[in-house]
Design a protein around this ligand. Structure first.
Ligand code: GRG
Length: 293
């Protein structure tokens, strides 16, 4: 029997946190303040949902979880770098993240920028230097780069900034979130499949799953920004409305946004029917829309 989503997330977090601790520069080494700033944000907690999805996708196609561990950690490093940079005064200007003062509040702006940069490059070092099979490493590196860069997260972030204060429309909003949030979540599922030796059609199913789940994740994030507490979320709620952001809640209200998240989640679940052992992914998909943090 598969573990519950909470149990699997806890186990995945343990595995990934132990590996991250090994992969990150040791405290007090090299440029000590940089090593401290990198560790401060990565080890502050976080749900580790992207690495958990990569591990579960690898298992869903019959792979062994250690084949995907460096890639799972790389996803978390890219995600953490994006949070550090997103919190900077030049972007969202946030004081609280993962229940702690943001990186620039704790280390200053220059160090926060540099810690993000170093996490970004460490991510690719892990994938390329620590993935056992060279061909798999090349495919994982390309998958991660595409999801994190111009065609994915960074491009989506720029579109999101450009959309501030604009009257919301659903097509534009979906385009933003496919790139800003869903691309990296899709890369978690696809990369997990690649590392696990998935057939081409299984990779396609994981891609559809990841994109739909990524949208469900973002819509739920928009709802939680309205309904969640700083204590549960570990960040300041209500920032989207304050910044007049284009969100699903601004577009259609909380109830319709929740219903939209459920529809995307169900679309994600339908794609899993084409995989041999999807149980862990099914549980994670339900966690994404039912969470309070
Ligand atoms: C700065 C290049 C650059 C990109 C920023 C991802 C992103 C783009 C900004 C983060 C801000 C944000 C609220 C994004 C929407 C969804 C999201 C990524 C939420 C945070 O992810 P969780 O809930 O966080 O997985 P934890 O802390 O649990 O890892």
């Amino acid at each position: 029997m598969s573990p519950s989503p909470d149990t699997f997330l806890r186990e995945a977090k343990h595995l990934v946190d132990e590996a991250l601790d090994r992969y990150l520069p040791a405290e007090g080494t090299g440029a000590p303040q940089l090593a401290d700033a990198m560790r401060y944000s990565v080890m502050a907690g976080g749900k580790r949902i992207r690495p958990a999805l990569a591990l579960a996708a690898c298992i869903a196609v019959g792979g062994e979880d250690e084949a995907v561990l460096p890639y799972a950690c790389a996803l978390e490093l890219i995600h953490t770098y994006s949070l550090i940079h997103d919190d900077l005064p030049a972007m969202d200007d946030d004081d609280l993240r993962r229940g702690r003062p943001t990186s620039h509040k704790a280390f200053g702006e220059a160090m926060a920028i540099l810690a993000g940069d170093a996490l970004h490059t460490l991510a690719f070092e892990l994938v390329l230097a620590r993935t056992a099979d060279g061909n798999v490493a090349r495919r994982l590196g390309a998958t991660l780069a595409e999801a994190a860069g111009f065609a994915g997260m960074v491009g989506g972030q720029v579109e999101d900034i450009d959309a501030g204060g604009v009257v919301p429309d659903v097509e534009r909003l979906q385009g933003i979130h496919e790139r800003k949030t869903a691309a990296l979540i899709r890369a978690a599922a696809v990369g997990g499949g690649i590392a696990g030796g998935a057939e081409d059609e299984q990779v396609v199913a994981l891609s559809e799953f990841g994109m739909a789940l990524g949208l469900a994740f973002q819509i739920t994030d928009d709802v939680l920004d309205e309904t969640g507490t700083a204590e549960a979320l570990g960040k300041t709620p209500g920032k989207d409305r304050e910044a007049d952001k284009m969100t699903y809640v601004a577009l259609e209200g909380i109830d319709a946004a929740r219903a939209r998240a459920t529809r995307e989640r169900d679309r994600a679940l339908a794609a899993l029917e084409r995989l041999p052992s999807p149980e862990l992914l099914v549980g994670l998909a339900k966690f994404v829309t039912d969470r309070d943090r």
